[in-house]
Design a binder for this molecule. Structure first.
Ligand SMILES: *[C@@H]1O[C@H](CO)[C@@H](O)[C@H](O)[C@H]1NC(C)=O
Ligand SMILES: *[C@@H]1O[C@H](CO)[C@@H](O)[C@H](O)[C@H]1NC(C)=O
Ligand SMILES: *[C@@H]1O[C@H](CO)[C@@H](O)[C@H](O)[C@H]1NC(C)=O
Ligand SMILES: *[C@@H]1O[C@H](CO)[C@@H](O)[C@H](O)[C@H]1NC(C)=O
Ligand SMILES: *[C@@H]1O[C@H](CO)[C@@H](O)[C@H](O)[C@H]1NC(C)=O
Length: 754
């Protein structure tokens, strides 16, 4: 061991950062991006992100040309104190003791790198040094990938150009600031400027080094029928990692991470939220290094990358959204919700009214013919549905889809079920008057375009179109295989058959399903090539059919991610429709995603997934906290007392809908912590609010809790359900009380600002 052990005996300044205080540096200024020489400032309304280029003039200094992070947190302006770093004793050199913006590997930083490139010679060392920067008004699109967007008023972009002169590799870091949302969006591209091939083995869209402090991490984990369970734990020394190698984002973990102060709650304290705009395999790492600094990286999963770049070729990473809030986990979520509604979801339906739907799946499963469908649609119209969706089972000629072991891939109506095709059926259904609605019943359809059953004409003709690895068996899940969307001919096949279906009849809604993960793939890079393919398909279809409302679905919520939201304004949150479980799932999902994006419906009891029976009002109240209210059941089987409750529930769902679609969501009580989960939605202009209040278990012979509201104007008066009037201060500091009968009580309360 060389050097001395007295670590604190000497301190070295590494951040030679004494910026000139300029008027531009004020957080209240209009400048979202300030560049002062090689100092960079990004400002949102309540966030600042500052980094600089290490100015060592000696190029042999390991940090020369490195980007160092100075601050990511609440707004700051003017000079900030220089970071003091203990002198380097031991194995960890200066690189391992500082906060690096884009850590490479192989030169002394022993933490998780943001990039790892295998050079043609075999080694994996890179040295990326600052070259120049460009400031771009607005935000350029990401080639082939979903991305947030905005006008020059909404967003400004800083591009920092880095270069490895030893291997001729150019890396551009792109930072886009949406000041109103306190959001900073980063993506990275890597270009091979040399003569040989290189392989990108890992690439993080975002890497961020936070200072020495205790932090908790919050993530969403789950599986089929129990998606988006919130998990919070202390960030410990070492690497804490999660992700997906299913080929899709998956229900196992969501591509979302929050880092919070250990004292942060729903409504108070610092919270950093990170959300990866990608639908494929991903990896999140949180590492507390030996020096106590915390590094977080989000990006591609290295197990599904190994991306080869020939001379002149570029790999672009997905983008990662970061938001910062001082108002706790709730404030973080609201920033993401607002950003996603206005600057990610391209569909016009993102904030537009959506019809009340009745879906045939839990009503009929595979067991129906044309007359059953007509019957259910008529009954749907009579109970107030405005859209009827024909789910799985309508297609297949030589391999009719009458069960889940045949037909996927053969997207032609089953002639035994629909002898005249879909056209006349859809005409019949769209001729029906939706009761108490100004419109006729609309028609929607279910598809699962990325899949194929071996029992299909498609597979007989194109066995090579499925994902496979040489002669290894093609393992089936739910009797199906995955088409290889990396192949342009497969992309075109899907675009063509979908266009044909949507042009063949007046279809205004599509439930786009995807029911298994990827197994054998031809190479790790096939996974990302597939993603580029699926995004081409979704971009093309949604651009061609802007008036069709697409809902994503993947065994429930297994592809509930920002990449899908960019094209589909709505995603089926879970196949578990049990209303009590749904409170957990929907509130978990709301950590990153707006309520408007969640598909939620009333289903019959006992619930098909859990066997639990919950009153129809409770089921209705939970379902109306989603983007499109609806029913997934057989209308003929609805008990009379439930039928009697439906008109009022539908009317209420329509009344609260604008607040769900466009308002702010406040999670007042979490189901993990309280027997009385409570959620408040406040309209964009603050003039209206609606409280959803639930009791899970009976509360016998015991005092009643008060539910305290949040986010109101404390000085204003609000009428409560049209009778009493209280000040915002009273509603937030005293609260309201409600009494429920037994288990599964629910209450929806309406507030109008006076
Ligand atoms: C890399 O990204 C930057 C910033 O978006 C962009 O200006 C540049 O054109 C990209 N380079 C390539 C080769 O795509
Ligand atoms: C194909 O379908 C038949 C019935 O139509 C079923 O018995 C068989 O198991 C299916 N084969 C596969 C591989 O799913
Ligand atoms: C349309 O509805 C009529 C009347 O209910 C029925 O006789 C006919 O079979 C239906 N046609 C189709 C294609 O569903
Ligand atoms: C239709 O509206 C009438 C009048 O408001 C109401 O009595 C009836 O219950 C409603 N029916 C349905 C199915 O919504
Ligand atoms: C307040 O109004 C609601 C409906 O508007 C009604 O159901 C409730 O009984 C009223 N409460 C009181 C205390 O008047």
């Amino acid at each position: 061991m060389k050097g001395k052990l007295g670590l604190l005996a000497s301190l070295v300044l590494v951040c030679n950062y004494f910026p000139v205080a300029t008027a531009q540096g004020s957080p209240n200024s209009k400048n979202a991006v300030v560049v002062d020489g090689t100092n960079f400032e990004l400002h949102g309304d309540h966030v600042s992100y500052r980094f600089h280029v290490d100015d060592s003039t000696d190029d042999d200094h390991p940090l020369a040309g490195d980007l160092l992070l100075d601050h990511f947190g609440g707004s700051v302006f003017g000079p900030i104190p220089t970071e003091l770093v203990p002198s380097t004793n031991g194995w960890v050199g200066m690189q391992g003791r500082v906060r690096r913006e884009f850590p490479d590997q192989g030169r002394g930083d022993f933490r998780i790198p943001a990039i790892r490139i295998r050079q043609s010679e075999g080694y994996t060392v890179t040295r990326l040094q600052y070259q120049s920067n460009t400031v771009v008004p607005g935000k350029p699109a990401l080639p082939g990938l979903p991305a947030t967007f905005g006008s020059e008023e909404d967003v400004t972009t800083l591009v920092v150009h880095l270069y490895d002169k030893y291997s001729d590799i150019a890396v551009d870091l792109s930072y886009s600031v949406f000041p109103k949302y306190d959001a900073i969006v980063r993506s990275v591209n890597v270009t091979n400027k040399g003569d040989g091939d290189i392989t990108v083995e890992s690439l993080a869209s975002l890497s961020v080094d936070l200072p020495y402090q205790d932090l908790d991490m919050i993530s969403l984990r789950g599986d089929w029928a129990r998606e988006a369970r919130r998990e919070r734990k202390r960030v410990d020394y070492g690497v804490q990692s999660f992700g997906s190698v299913t080929g899709y984002s998956s229900a196992l973990h969501n591509p979302f991470l929050a880092l919070v102060d250990p004292s942060t709650t729903e409504s108070q304290g610092e919270a950093w939220g990170f959300s990866l705009v990608y639908s494929g395999s991903f990896e999140v790492n949180v590492e507390k290094g030996s020096q106590g600094l915390t590094r977080a990286t989000l990006g591609f999963n290295p197990k599904h990358l190994s991306w080869k770049l020939g001379p002149g070729e570029t790999l672009t990473s997905p983008e990662c959204v970061s938001v910062y809030s001082k108002d706790g986990v709730g404030g973080m979520s609201r920033s993401l919700h607002r950003l996603y509604r206005k600057h990610l979801m391209k569909s016009k339906f993102a904030t537009e009214d959506r019809p009340v739907m009745l879906n045939s799946w839990e009503a009929l499963y595979f067991d129906y013919d044309q007359s059953t469908i007509n019957r259910v649609a008529e009954e749907a119209a009579a109970i107030g549905a405005q859209l009827f969706t024909l789910d799985d089972g309508w297609f297949g000629v030589d391999y009719p889809r009458t069960d889940d072991d045949a037909g996927l891939g053969d997207w032609v109506p089953n002639p035994a079920r629909f002898p005249d095709g879909l056209g006349p059926l859809v005409e019949n259904i769209t001729d029906l008057k939706a009761v108490n609605s100004s419109t006729n019943l609309r028609f929607g359809i279910w598809v699962e375009p990325e899949m194929v059953n071996p029992n299909s004409s498609l597979y007989r003709e194109h066995p090579d179109w499925v994902l496979h690895a040489g002669s290894y068996p093609r393992t089936e899940t739910r009797n199906q295989l995955v088409l290889n969307l990396a192949l342009p001919e497969v992309q075109d096949f899907i675009i063509d058959f979908m266009s044909e279906i949507l042009n063949s009849a007046d279809i205004t809604y599509v439930k786009y399903d995807n029911n298994r993960g990827m197994h054998e793939i031809s190479s790790p890079s096939n996974a990302h090539a597939y993603m580029l393919g699926i995004y081409r398909v979704l971009d093309t279809l949604t651009a061609k059919f802007p008036n069709v409302l697409f809902e994503g679905c993947a065994s429930g919520g297994a592809r509930f991610d920002p990449g899908i939201l960019s094209n589909f304004p709505q995603i089926w949150t879970s196949d578990n429709t049990d209303a009590v479980d749904r409170i957990f799932i929907q509130l978990g999902t709301s950590l990153a995603y707006p309520a408007s994006a969640m598909g939620a419906q009333i289903s019959s009891v006992p619930n098909h997934q859990t066997g639990r029976s919950v009153p129809v009002t409770f089921r209705g109240h939970v379902a109306m906290m989603g983007g499109m209210f609806g029913l997934s059941l057989d209308p003929a089987a609805i008990p009379e007392h439930e039928q009697a409750a439906l008109p009022e529930l539908i009317a209420l769902a329509e009344k609260v809908r604008p607040l769900i679609l466009k308002g702010d969501m406040w999670r007042l009580n979490l189901p993990e912590e309280s027997n009385w989960p409570a959620i408040l939605f406040i309209s964009e202009d603050g003039s209206q609010a609606v409280l959803f209040y639930f009791q899970l278990n009976p509360n016998v012979n015991h005092a009643l809790p008060w539910v305290k509201l949040q986010g109101l104007d404390s000085q204003a008066m609000y009428s409560v359900d049209g009778n009493q009037t209280y000040s915002g201060a009273t509603l937030m500091n005293v609260g309201l009380q409600y009494e429920f009968d037994g288990s599964y009580g629910s209450k929806v309360v309406w507030f109008e600002k006076q």
